[in-house]
Ligand binder design. Structure first.
Ligand code: BG6
Length: 291
């Protein structure tokens, strides 16, 4: 799609102080949103009369090929460091590549933007597989993301991914995540990969980096306001807050920003990772709703 054919309420913008990344601003009767074409990454979503559902770092870097700290980056086709080669980009390449905007559908008050990423020479250099990934971002009273991935190879391949949602919080020590009770998790802060079990709601009093496996897919972020997180076909939940010391090592976060953000990510990683057969297609969805 080019700018001339964009429907009313949708305009092209340049992101960052030097305007180095293209994006879209969407205004509908029910919400406002900003999306970067790089990563098809939604950076802000505000339903009418509500607060912004997503957190975006004040120091986020907007540069071609660099991950943007905030909103909902898509980690794909691997999560975290590449399992065999640490020189490859963390969390895969999907968040660092510009996606193609294919169509915009406005129906019953919901505006849905359809993006696509397919393998090319650059992706095959990092991951030698043929694929098609379609991401639909539906903007209504709620925010819904649907990812459809197809294996276009004649061999099966492994897939790990996550919708890496960043949420704003009023004070990290006062928030709770519900829905992970009794779920097994790996603590990524330790080299040991044994599983622990969550007892009660998750609260925060230090650096947190956990991968919950075989999780339920329905969570609630309880704060001065609440956010509902509903995922389907996503069996893992990753919860991350870098706390003070790790934040000081991140060039794209303010030193105290860890107090006002939390990542609750949904996807399939580690032992929940998938294997797609030739031609196989799988769909994964995430819906976020603020109170
Ligand atoms: C989380 C991981 O999903 O993302 C953390 O569990 C990681 O280990 C964090 O530090 C941020 O990753 P990045 O690559 O965006 O700095």
């Amino acid at each position: 799609m080019d700018a001339a054919t964009l429907p009313q309420g949708i305009s092209t913008i340049r992101l960052g102080s030097s305007g180095s990344l293209p994006g879209l601003r969407v205004k509908t009767a029910h919400c406002e949103a900003v999306i970067a074409l790089q990563g098809a990454q939604i950076l802000s979503f505000q339903a009418t009369g509500k607060e912004n559902l997503l957190w975006l770092s004040e120091k986020a870097v907007f540069a071609p090929g660099k991950a943007i700290r905030g909103g909902i980056p898509l980690c794909f086709p691997w999560f975290g460091p590449h399992p065999q080669d640490a020189s490859k980009p963390a969390h895969g390449f999907a968040r660092n590549r510009e996606w193609q905007l294919r169509e915009i559908i406005q129906q019953e008050g919901i505006c849905t933007l359809h993006f696509r990423l397919e393998d090319d020479e650059q992706t095959r250099a990092l991951w030698p597989h043929a694929f098609k990934a379609d991401l639909a971002i539906a903007l209504g009273h709620t925010l819904a993301l649907t990812l459809t991935v197809q294996n276009r190879d004649d061999q099966p391949w492994p897939l790990s991914f996550a919708f890496h949602s960043y949420f704003p919080v009023s004070a990290i020590r006062q928030v709770q995540v519900e829905g992970l009770e009794n779920t097994g998790f790996i603590d990524q802060r330790s080299a040991e990969r044994s599983q622990h079990r969550q007892s009660g709601a998750l609260t925060f009093n230090g650096e947190t980096d956990r991968i919950y496996l075989q999780a339920k897919g329905n969570y609630r972020l309880r704060d001065t306001r609440n956010t509902g997180i509903a995922a389907s076909n996503c069996h893992s939940a990753i919860v991350w807050n870098p706390w003070q010391e790790k934040t000081s090592r991140l060039h794209d976060m303010q030193p105290d920003a860890w107090q006002q953000m939390l990542c609750v990510e949904c996807g399939n990683v580690e032992s929940d990772a998938l294997r797609l057969a030739p031609g196989e297609m799988q769909t994964f969805a995430l819906e976020l709703q603020g109170d």
